[in-house]
Design a protein around this ligand. Structure first.
Ligand SMILES: [Zn+2]
Length: 90
């Protein structure tokens, strides 16, 4: 039996290490709604999670999707900002 349902991951906080811009992490809420786990992200890739589940767990997958979307929207934002600076309005 193939499990295709994806569980939503609740992201509580995002952290970026100032000393290393490539490294960061997310604090996520457990499916029991009480426990909190830390998902480590390095260079845009979710690498580890502190939960006891078999890796990659759904926290890692959820954080990876969130990180991908965040990076995609950031690029779009940069593109939009860039388009405002095109000379021609004067
Ligand atoms: Zn996990």
């Amino acid at each position: 039996m193939t499990q295709t349902a994806t569980r939503e991951v609740t992201i509580l906080a995002r952290a970026q290490f100032k000393s290393n811009p490539k490294a960061g992490g997310y604090q996520v809420l457990s499916s029991n709604g009480v426990d909190r786990y830390e998902v480590t992200v390095y260079n845009g890739k979710a690498t580890s999670c502190t939960c006891p589940a078999t890796k990659p767990c759904y926290h890692i997958k959820g954080v990876q999707e969130y990180e991908n979307a965040r990076r995609a929207s950031y690029r779009e934002y940069e593109f939009q900002m860039g388009s405002y600076s095109i000379p021609g309005l004067y």
